[in-house]
Design a protein around this ligand. Sequence first.
Ligand code: ARG
Length: 430
Amino acid sequence: MKLWSKGFEPDKMIENFTVGRDRELDLQLARYDVQGSMAHIRMLESIGLLTASELEILLKALDEIAGIIERGEFTIDEGIEDVHSQVEFMLTERLGDVGKKIHSGRSRNDQVLVDLKLFMRDRLKETAAATGRLFDILIEMSDRHRDILMPGYTHLQVAMPSSFGLWFGAYAESLADDMQMLLAAYNIANQNPLGSAAGYGSSFPLDREMTTRLLGFSDLHYNVVAAQMSRGKTERAAAMAIASIASTLGRMAMDVCMWMCQNFAFVSFPDELTTGSSIMPHKKNPDVFEIMRGKCNRFQSIPNEIALLTANLPLGYNRDLQLLKDIIFPAVGEINECLEMASFMLPQMKVRTDILEDTRYDYLFTVEEVNRLVLAGMPFREAYKKVGLEVQEGTYRPVREVKHTHLGSISNLANDRISEKFHKLLEKFV
Ligand code: ARG
């Protein structure tokens, strides 16, 4: 039985094809669907489309359904298309005609929109919190390892001295940029589309500011067509933010994989955090960081998938939009898993403290030598040439001393300022 049933049932094959994964994925929208319905009926009562007692009956029944959802007992029955239909059927089943009144001035098009906005707002908030936890760990690790030097590379060739303090701090500050994207996505999600109905509004005098207030949105999509257009855009902004975090996390995972390689052996993890091989008895593999890298690379394809799914769709609702859920729902959960896993692994990372004593890293210090000569009065180009010739003739001997004092450098990481920048953004997820 469909909400739109007019005396015939659609072919089973058509039904399965069009419903797709909705019965499973919509379960994640259920609590928001009830929340949206509660705001909608309060508003309907305020404009005289429901009586006070009808409102009370409906709110009570919706509250019961909310309880079923919280207990994990809510399902979308065979033959029912989606969460919106399921909730309305449950109401009608319990309340008869009163249940049938709830959909005045509303369409499933703005209903799914409002569900998605509320859903995305919560998920992005969780991602912000998970990013915040990883950020704090990175800063703490950076502070703790500020004096441990490691080689810095350009072109993957030995370049200049770096440090674990710089490395951890770099990923922390990079996450601060990702937070800007996340906040933008959050702000886009935090607008009320309810009242746009099928995408063109309603002849009822809907009080859209009231539902905005009730649902705690910071603003609303005023223009009803723009509200409908936000389907896809909200998901795309979220996907771009997720991709941005993933680009940071994936790159960090790659560094760790490389440094766990015996050729580098800069870092290691306790045995129980590594994985073995079925044939090679000695193996302690970095599978965690490989899976993280792989997932993060996949996340970065999601904005493109969404762009292609929604490119040049005709204005107004199109069923294609339903498929956005298949793309974005798994991603919003999995990015948090990756963030949590990084937060779990990094504090257990063991770092080698004597890396730079190896002679293969001697040339890391050539620029330090050039700078010493410059400070003694030699013009830079001459000092550069002098040290260059020493390297070429094999007479260069490194002085393993690093004095980088300017803002953001090895001995002046500016972690306090980076933390302040990050936490200012985090506070805006209210
Ligand atoms: N499951 C649908 C979706 O996610 C709900 C909206 C259905 N609207 C419609 N006009 N068929 O898009």
